[in-house]
Design a protein around this ligand. Structure first.
Ligand code: NAD
Ligand code: DAU
Length: 350
């Protein structure tokens, strides 16, 4: 079958990547979507079983740190675009094992950049889209917002590795003329997020009457965005964004962690038919995360003014849907935390 475009999406078995792959496979039947993922603990093909047999979809298991393998993939497929999400993504893990983040997030990105640079001829109609985070900008006080020109000031090994990869992507644009675009997004929430991250962890613990760990004083603030809204922003930027540019993506939905967790307690109580508010007694203030960024807040005006993007799902609705999904998908939680689906995949396809 002749496809209009071939797109490589990396990290498509993870949380955000799975929503993006689903969006592209369904919305663009004339594109061939190649999903490259190592299937780490965070990557699960169970996230995308609904599209795995589509004719315009191919899954490739592999690691972005393997330059030879990445080169062979670019030789096999004539990619028109790359949307790069594969990364180690959890801040707490980066504190205990920084090197893993340097390898996946920095070396992995450079391998993809080199493969694109060396295989893409004159770069005409090509695009390397790098998906990044608001954490590169550092930490805000009580006021203010991150804009695209805010100076980088990463504080954790995770954010430092993402900042480094952003710089390298821009360096390939300026040095070699590789057509690139970068987006920096705030905290995503929704189905398929590995239950080490705050929202799925808390929902699962409420269900099982386990303690809800709140780092420090709980007044740390994050800006939360419904994950499908992020996927739609990426689609828009991929197709209409200006080459060489950066776009901030945010939910305009700031919450202090303690407020968010209290809302989740009440939402889950209601959905489980418990007395609303009764789960708040599970909240426990625990030792703070080292170097914990106090507040993130995104100004996404550029994306709104230039490309017309705005979040569509309001937080109350999004949190309700998220709680419903995790409560209804106990088996998914069991499978991803036990690695059961990956074992199944390896037995079937290895
Ligand atoms: P995730 O941890 O859920 O998924 C990451 C995926 O990358 C997994 O499927 C994993 O198997 C794959 N992967 C990891 N190392 C790999 C390697 N060496 N080779 C190939 N595949 C590998 O992460 P996520 O939350 O979906 O984040 C995706 C991207 O978006 C990341 O680049 C992250 O920095 C960025 N981001 C995340 C958020 C958020 O709130 N989660 C916000 C802004 C930006
Ligand atoms: O801002 C975007 C970033 O959001 C992404 O780049 C990262 O990949 C993603 O993991 C996320 O990072 P955070 O560190 O903000 O997410 P996390 O869910 O780990 O934590 C959210 C907040 O909750 C943060 O202030 C730490 C706090 N926290 C987290 C956990 C896991 C707790 O208080 N208790 C917890 O048990």
């Amino acid at each position: 079958m002749d496809f209009k475009k071939q797109i490589l999406i990396t990290g498509g078995a993870g949380f955000i990547g799975s929503h993006l792959v689903r969006l592209f496979v369904n919305k663009y039947p004339d594109y061939h979507i190649v999903n490259l993922d190592k299937l780490t603990y965070a990557g699960n093909l169970e996230n995308i079983t609904d599209i795995e047999n589509n004719k315009n979809y191919t899954f490739v298991k592999g690691c972005i740190t393997d330059q030879q393998f990445i080169n062979s993939l670019f030789e096999k497929y004539d990619f028109d675009g790359v949307i790069h999400l594969a990364a180690e993504s959890h801040v707490d893990r980066s504190i205990t094992n920084p090197l893993e983040f340097i390898e996946a997030n920095i070396v992995g990105t450079v391998n993809l950049l080199n493969a694109a640079k060396n295989n893409w001829g004159d770069f005409k109609n090509k695009l390397f889209y790098h998906v990044s985070t608001d954490e590169v900008y550092g930490s805000l006080g009580d006021t203010g917002f991150f804009v695209e020109t805010t100076a980088y000031d990463p504080r954790s090994p995770y954010s430092a590795s993402k900042a480094s990869s952003d710089h390298l992507v821009r360096a390939y644009f300026h040095t070699y003329g590789l057509p690139i675009v970068i987006s920096n997004c705030s905290n995503n929430y929704g189905p398929n997020q590995f239950p080490e991250k705050l929202i799925p962890l808390v929902i699962n613990n409420i269900k099982h009457n386990k303690p809800l760990p709140i780092y420090g004083d709980g007044k740390y603030t994050r800006d939360w965005l419904w994950v499908v809204d992020h996927a739609e922003a990426i689609d828009l930027i991929f197709h209409k964004g200006k080459k060489g540019e950066t776009y901030n993506i945010g939910g305009n939905n700031e919450r202090k962690n303690i407020e968010l967790v209290e809302t989740l307690c009440d939402t889950v109580d209601e959905q489980l038919g418990r007395e609303v508010g009764s789960s708040r007694k599970l909240i426990e203030f625990v030792k703070d995360r080292p170097g914990h960024d106090r507040r993130y807040a995104i100004d996404a005006t550029k994306l709104k003014n230039e490309l017309g993007w705005e979040p569509t799902i309001q937080p109350e609705e999004g949190l309700k849907r998220t709680a419903e999904w995790y409560l209804a998908n106990e088996k998914w939680l069991e499978n991803v935390t036990s690695g059961a689906y990956q074992k199944y995949y390896d037995e079937q396809y290895a």
